[in-house]
Design a protein around this ligand. Sequence first.
Ligand SMILES: Nc1nc2c(ncn2[C@@H]2O[C@H](COP(=O)(O)OP(=O)(O)OP(=O)(O)O)[C@@H](O)[C@H]2O)c(=O)[nH]1
Ligand SMILES: [Mg+2]
Length: 349
Amino acid sequence: MSLKGRDPLLQPEKGPKGKLVGPGEANRTSATLLALVRNKELDDMIQSMRDLERTWNHKFNYPWTFFNDEPFTKEFKERTQAETNATCNYELIPKAHWEQPSWINDDLIKESATILSEKGVQYSAMGSYHKMCRWNSGMFYHHPALKDIRWYWRVEPKVHFFCDVDYDVFRYMEDNDKTYGWVINLYDSPESIETLWPQTLKFLAEHPDYLHPNNAWNWVTDNKRAEHNEKAGGYSTCHFWSNFEIADMNFWRSKKYTDYFNHLDQAGGFFYERWGDAPVHSIALGLFEDRDKIHWFRDIGYQHIPYFNCPNSPKCHKRCEAGKFTDGDERILANEDCRANWFKYAHLN
Ligand SMILES: Nc1nc2c(ncn2[C@@H]2O[C@H](COP(=O)(O)OP(=O)(O)OP(=O)(O)O)[C@@H](O)[C@H]2O)c(=O)[nH]1
Ligand SMILES: [Mg+2]
């Protein structure tokens, strides 16, 4: 199912429906911009910060919180703080949140990495990538520095923000009863998550009451891309691309999600396969949350190589091309967009 020619991004962008709060019109809510980043990614982080400060945060001054598994350098702190009037916090990730848990077996990791590499799974032999995915799935919101904070906007180094946004997006989430905001919706590599859905079904059999009555089951299990669905054991592989997330940490802290994450963590797929935080978050949202609380921020112009979300709006100053999905090989990558499924099974606005 393609959106070609009828992509909602091509229609003049009017901004979201619902209550919007402009700069200075109300107090900030409890929120932070959040980045997991390495010292060597400083230049790329600064580039992301510049874009987000210019298009949005200089109007609201939400604090930045940077996380790292190693201490940040003086240079990293000084140069990032120089990019914003807001407070910057620099936090070390406790080993207990980062390192692989005790029940994970090193020999089995090695054997699994060989098999995954043969199947062409990117980053499969890179230990830190697996730790990063697990931390983003089930750990970051337990960090003491976020204890009293509810909302976060995840920002990676080397991403772009193109369009001016003139309302407080965190207040938008709070005032309009949303849980999760996304911009790009993609198919995943099924080889990286072969047992994620089977494990999810096992979990659901133990907790049938966890399913939300207004869930997005049909989006999660769609099989239009039959080979993906089959290899992933019944999961469409469609997920919100989580290098961008604006979300409520109380959802991740809830009993439902905590039980789900613990089940997955025990199953070992963050290390023996290469489960990403994107499919894990997306499946949980699709099953346990009210789908009407999931919001497409179509008005936020965004790029993480090689994909875009670019609305048709003068607020984008022609910095990106409205409706353009990728600047990679369109013939191959255009098929990776699965927003059409979300619109069909959940909602458009
Ligand atoms: N501190 C720290 N940050 C990490 C580590 N691994 C990844 N990250 C960060 O986690 C985020 C995701 O990592 P990426 O390597 O960009 O993963 P990706 O987006 O799936 O891969 P690309 O498509 O190559 O960008 C980025 O913000 C990285 O800076 C790590 O070992 N330590
Ligand atoms: Mg990245």
